[in-house]
Design a protein around this ligand. Structure first.
Ligand SMILES: Cc1cc2nc3c(=O)[nH]c(=O)nc-3n(C[C@H](O)[C@H](O)[C@H](O)COP(=O)(O)OP(=O)(O)OC[C@H]3O[C@@H](n4cnc5c(N)ncnc54)[C@H](O)[C@@H]3O)c2cc1C
Length: 358
């Protein structure tokens, strides 16, 4: 077992984890970030597909109220562009009616995408993170108190530290990491009923060399109450040099095979676009429910956003040595990328005070 030392251990190299590292970049803090996967980003996952087409299979859209995220993107020179939705869409209201073409009202709440895909945010944050800080394939199994230190253990390494910041979705934290001592019962109860945003979702995208879905009024927008596709949008890049359709398909299809989901999607799209849909260059998808470093099956019924931003997340534990961070813990915008940034800002302030660096 490899033994390491750190002032602060951050668990998870998603948007929260790498933003904490970025905010601490000018401070003398021995920081180690432990990541279970072999990549950064967590729920931000941009797949590089055929023809260098980027498909965002996790977080994609940013809106104007996401001010902390937008400020960070401006500071990092990461550019965004407006999501096209067109003035008309395909709408499938129910199983009894045929799909319809409907006019869309003016969009007062436009959404924005990141140029180069959402992963560009993480790739830019990485430029400010010393490679020696990041440890991949290090799934944390336990956090134990030994004297005045916390011991964070993975399958191959052990890290002695003064402070641990978890950025895991709280439900995952409570059900995948052994703690000694344990958290107070009321805190554990909240963790056990905190929703992991988008943990149940399936995102799917089709890459084409010809954007046949774009006409004068249509940009490929589909809203369907039937599915398999329930929400689809144009996912061509900013430069309009790569073309794709991408969106959400029904969560219930998680138990099918990838081939079956693809066939169902093509059948649905064929109703509107004919056999052109068969000319796809690649099909990409991510079934988030199957990713046990994002979510695990709930023990009890949990509503979307339940307990996101709960006051227990604003408190430190283990005598100030353990903080629960990550988007679901943010006092506002919990679940969204905006929440991840706010959470990173909140815990960074705490770390700096604790280490008496401010
Ligand atoms: C399909 C989908 C669509 C979304 N769409 C949007 C959107 O359009 N707009 C928006 O604002 N947000 C969206 N989100 C939410 C957004 O992705 C999250 O708010 C944000 O990425 C959360 O970042 P985080 O760092 O807090 O958590 P995470 O990204 O979950 O990061 C946690 C990290 O911890 C790692 N980890 C887990 N267990 C361990 C362990 N035991 N040891 C070490 N590491 C571990 C994980 O691998 C992961 O890298 C979407 C999410 C999904 C899944």
């Amino acid at each position: 077992m490899k033994e390491e030392k750190a002032d602060v251990v951050v668990i998870g190299a998603g948007l929260t984890g790498l933003t904490i590292a970025y905010l601490l970049r000018d401070h003398d803090v021995n920081l180690k970030i432990l990541e279970a996967k072999n990549r950064v980003g967590g729920r931000i996952f941009t797949k590089l597909s055929n023809n260098n087409t980027t498909i965002d299979l996790g977080a994609t859209w940013i809106q104007k109220p996401h001010t902390h995220l937008l400020n960070l993107l401006a500071e990092l020179n990461v550019e965004i562009f407006q999501q096209k939705i067109g003035s008309s869409a395909i709408y499938e209201p129910n199983t009894f009616s045929k799909g319809q073409y409907v006019n869309l009202p003016p969009n007062n709440e436009p959404s924005y995408r990141v140029k180069g895909g959402t992963i560009s945010i993480l790739n830019t944050l990485l430029k400010y993170t010393a490679p020696s800080t990041l440890f991949f394939n290090q799934k944390v199994k336990s956090i134990e108190r030994h004297g005045s230190k916390l011991q964070v253990t993975t399958a191959t390494s052990s890290f002695a530290t003064n402070k641990v910041i978890s950025t895991l979705p709280p439900y995952l934290f409570a059900n995948s990491i052994n703690l000694s001592p344990t958290l107070p019962e009321n805190v554990n109860d909240v963790l056990q009923s905190t929703h992991t945003w988008m943990g149940e979702s399936i995102k799917a995208g089709l890459v084409y060399d010809n954007p046949f879905w774009k006409t004068e009024n249509f940009t490929g927008t589909i809203f369907s109450n039937i599915g398999p596709v329930i929400e689809f949008y144009d996912h061509s890049n900013f430069e309009e040099s790569t073309f794709a359709l991408k969106g959400f398909i029904k969560d219930e299809l998680a138990s099918l095979t990838k081939e079956s989901r693809l066939e169902m999607i093509l059948n649905q799209l064929r109703k509107y676009y004919g056999d052109q849909v068969n000319t796809y260059l690649s099909y990409e998808e991510m079934v988030w429910r199957a990713d046990n470093t994002t979510t695990l099956p709930y023990k009890n019924f949990v509503l979307p956003h339940q307990n996101n931003g709960h006051p227990i997340f604003q408190e430190p534990y283990f005598d100030n040595q353990l903080l629960l961070a990550g988007t679901e813990t943010a006092a506002s915008f919990g679940g969204y990328m905006e929440g991840a940034i706010r959470s990173a800002e909140f815990v960074t302030e705490h770390i700096l005070k604790y280490l008496q660096l401010v």
